[in-house]
Design a protein around this ligand. Structure first.
Ligand code: UD1
Ligand code: UDP
Length: 373
């Protein structure tokens, strides 16, 4: 039996690793699987674990309110030591570019396990954007033995860093596996929250907003909030729905600036299935999220990305995503233009699937099955 530890800690990693856990579980004659969560996130992680019905074998329960990168990195490496020493995995699967990913891959390397990087090879080549994710994924790529790249572009990024071709597999992004496996459940069994929201929104035009990136904390968030206020004031019949990330550095400016704007609804982070419903219900999405940029093309939703760079150029090339940074005027102008210019809106709303066909996890498990050890 090959022993595999699946390791994650935040909401987006959990969403993107959940279908991989399920796929490994279907192959329990070949693999002994254990799931370890660092719980770098707590409530936002638990929402995903509940929805996908995953009970971790190890829960490091590390999240601290207002945590910092130094403490979190140290806590993850030290917290994983006993887990790795007890289970002695042959392989550890990590995902993406968070602190859990980076510190988890280093701890796994120390233990002698082979490191498998899911969503490998994304690059902006700018170490400050996104911060600290660009460096997290480069470090993880450096210590990984196997690289599961979502697209040819990400594979080529790895090849240009001299990663051997044999260790890379283009799989598509597991976020599409998660999305396709969840869409039906959303419609079959809507939560009470969604039933309420449906009533409140009526036939209103809806703009969905999310945001959390560290490089936008401070002035960036103030400009974002001012832009949203300006949009809301110039479109009184449009409702902006904003599930606010729990990071205090996000909560504070968002609540201070937007709480009293009548057509902006600030709500708690939504469970994944509810968020999918809301993406589908929205006309456009304004976000700095990585995962949302990947989901939106499959749902045919135009996205304004509040970042200066993106490691996901495929959706920009497909015409679904435009970068607006945190420039207040640009966010306002592009949003208002998209809401009024039908041709532009229609061109950006075409369905595309640049990130895969929902079979990424099957490819990953088949690849690991074929390895000798
Ligand atoms: C983290 C990741 C980021 C990822 C994002 C997804 C790092 C450095 N950052 O950023 O790459 O895109 O998650 O959302 O790995 N909090 C809660 N409850 C939760 C989650 C967060 O209260 O369930 C609050 C806590 O006060 C916590 C703070 O948010 O200390 C920051 O969490 P942290 O994971 O350090 O940063 P994120 O901004 O969430
Ligand atoms: N998401 C969610 N509830 C929300 C907001 C987002 O379930 O209230 C999902 C979204 O569908 C996507 C993921 O969370 O799959 C994105 O997470 P986030 O933006 O926090 O992180 P990033 O993708 O930027 O790392």
């Amino acid at each position: 039996m090959k022993k595999v530890l699946i390791l994650f800690g935040t909401r987006p990693e959990a969403i993107k690793m959940a279908p991989l856990v399920k796929e490994f579980q279907k192959n329990s004659n070949t693999f002994e699987i254990k799931v370890c969560v660092t719980a770098q996130h707590r409530e936002m992680l638990d929402q995903v674990l509940d929805f996908f019905d995953i009970v971790p074998d190890y829960d490091l329960d590390l999240m601290k309110p207002g945590q910092n990168l130094y403490g979190l990195t140290g806590d993850i490496i030290l917290g994983l030591k006993p887990v790795l020493e007890e289970f002695k995995p042959n392989y550890v699967c990590v995902h993406g570019d968070t602190t859990t990913t980076m510190a988890g891959s280093i701890a796994s390397f120390y233990s002698g396990a082979k490191v498998c990087h899911v969503e490998a090879g994304l690059r902006t080549h700018n170490k400050w954007s996104p911060f600290p994710e660009e460096i997290n994924r480069q470090i993880t790529g450096r210590v990984s033995d196997y690289h599961f790249a979502p697209t040819e572009t990400s594979k080529n990024n790895l090849i240009s860093e001299s990663v051997s071709k044999e260790s890379i597999l283009v799989t598509g992004n597991t976020v599409i596996d998660a999305l396709l496996q969840s869409v039906d459940k959303v419609n079959e069994n809507p939560s009470n929250l969604i039933k309420d929201l449906k009533k409140q929104l009526g036939s209103d035009e809806v703009i969905l907003v999310t945001g959390h990136r560290r490089e936008n904390h401070g002035d960036g968030f103030i400009r974002i909030c001012n832009a949203l206020k300006e949009i809301a004031e110039s479109r009184p019949k449009t409702t902006i729905v904003y599930p606010v990330h729990l990071n205090p550095k996000v909560q504070e400016p968002v609540n201070r600036i937007l709480k009293n704007v009548s057509n902006i609804k600030l709500i708690d982070p939504l469970a994944y299935q509810d968020f999918i419903w809301l993406m589908n219900r929205s006309k456009i999405i304004i976000t700095d999220s990585g995962g949302v940029q990947e989901e939106a093309p499959s749902l045919g939703k135009p996205v304004l990305v509040m970042r200066d760079t993106t490691e996901r150029p495929e959706a920009v090339d497909a015409g679904t995503v435009i970068l607006v940074g945190t420039n207040q005027k640009l966010i306002v102008d592009e949003t208002l233009d998209l809401l009024t210019n039908k041709d532009r809106f229609n061109a950006m709303s075409t369905l595309h699937n640049p990130y895969g066909d929902g079979k990424a996890c099957k490819h990953i498990v088949a690849f690991l099955k074929k390895l000798d050890n």
